[in-house]
Design a protein around this ligand. Structure first.
Ligand SMILES: [Zn+2]
Length: 376
């Protein structure tokens, strides 16, 4: 295992670039310089102020994509951090900084793994990087866009490794092989405002909404499957009322979200909700948002390679996880690739004092090297 501090050095350089989503802040250029020196062809598929780097080495054999993002979430107030979030700082063997775990260490570990493989002249097949600066934000002009462009050229990947932080309590204890889909709705139930003493002259939208909502909350949408828990429906906001205690409001607003598994589809869930609202005779406006289809990678060469490489480096057999939020794996999987997400411990991501263990950096890089070696 190469333990020359190379991954730490590159991670620090990336953290020092203030790449608040969707600003890349020069991270992709830094990575592109390193890859260009190895012989990679470099291309930018930018859109809407978002930086998307596409870099490839080789032009035959299986295509393996290393995927990730350079953007980070906001830090919150500086004084909540023990050290400046954009001034990478090591204290007692731990590297602190925004993006330390999500996911600048993953990117650095991938680049250093690639450098070692190229130095060994061990590459058989095509290795590519797909890196965006729009994963934490709207994610409209990021991986989604780049995949559409590459797909239209007839490019088809066999495998993808996303460097998101996936480990639970120690490096190698968990990798992600799928994610749930996310579907949400801002629902406004319409009524007619009036005096509570004259309900016949008004139409109370809260009373209309309540039985429909009770039905939605009670439904079991599916049974889940071996890899996913059942689809969950959660109400996050309910608002109605003028503030006066004697006024029937004119409308009632609800926000709800589905985290759904591969047994359900966005369209199917939408039409089931719509049927219930209609059956209850509601007048309403529904504003749906769909932030990602679920994906699941079936057992195969990639999962085998990932588990074996993790075991070789850490001695742990990683559990195969499908929970958590969405990731850009949702855009790469429908492109036809087997996708796994492998990265450092995720318990500090999006928090103050985000961090990664310094000793995990070369080990993560060795895991990536091991997976690439097994596939290409
Ligand atoms: Zn991330």
């Amino acid at each position: 295992m190469a333990d020359d501090g190379a991954v730490l050095a590159l991670t620090r350089q990336l953290i020092a670039r203030r790449s608040l989503t969707p600003d890349d802040a020069g991270c992709c250029a830094l990575i592109a310089d390193r890859l260009r020196a190895l012989g990679f062809g470099i291309e930018y598929i930018d859109a809407g102020g978002v930086t998307n780097l596409w870099a490839t080495l080789g032009d035959e054999g299986p295509l393996l994509i290393l995927a990730g993002h350079t953007d980070v979430v906001p830090t919150g107030p500086r004084e909540h951090w023990a050290s400046d979030p954009f001034d990478p700082t090591v204290r007692e063997g731990v590297l602190y900084g925004r993006g330390a775990a999500d996911m600048k260490s993953g990117l650095a570990a991938m680049v250093c793994a690639t450098e070692r493989i190229v130095a060994r002249r061990a590459l058989r097949g095509t290795l590519a990087y797909l890196i965006t600066s729009d994963e934490e934000g709207a994610a409209r002009h990021g991986t989604r866009h780049a995949v559409a462009v590459l797909q239209s050229r007839g490019i088809r990947p066999d495998y993808a490794i996303v460097g998101e932080a996936t480990a639970s309590s120690q490096l190698g204890d968990r990798i992600t092989i799928g994610r749930r889909g996310s579907l949400g709705c801002n629902l406004r139930v319409l009524g007619r405002q009036g005096h509570v003493a004259y309900p016949d002259k008004a139409d109370n939208p809260v009373h209309r909404l309540a039985p429909a909502l009770a039905e939605l909350v009670a439904i079991r949408w599916d049974e889940g499957n071996d890899h996913f828990p059942p689809t969950s429906f959660q109400v996050s906001n309910v608002n109605a009322g003028t503030g006066a205690n004697n006024v029937i409001p004119g409308h009632a607003d609800v926000v709800f979200n589905f985290r759904y598994c591969t047994e359900s589809s966005a369209d199917g869930l939408k039409s089931r909700v719509t049927a219930i609202l209609d059956r209850h005779g509601l007048r309403y406006e529904a504003d749906w948002w769909h932030s990602g289809e679920p994906y699941l990678t079936a057992p195969g060469r990639l999962i085998d390679a990932a588990q074996s490489a993790v075991r070789e480096t850490t001695g742990l057999t990683p559990t195969l996880f499908t929970g958590g939020g969405t990731s850009d794996g949702r855009f790469i999987s429908p492109w036809g690739a087997e996708v796994v997400e492998i990265g450092p411990v995720n318990d500090s991501i999006h928090k103050v004092d985000e961090h990664v263990n310094v000793t995990d950096l070369p080990r993560l890089s060795a895991i990536y090297e091991g997976v690439i070696d097994r596939l290409l």
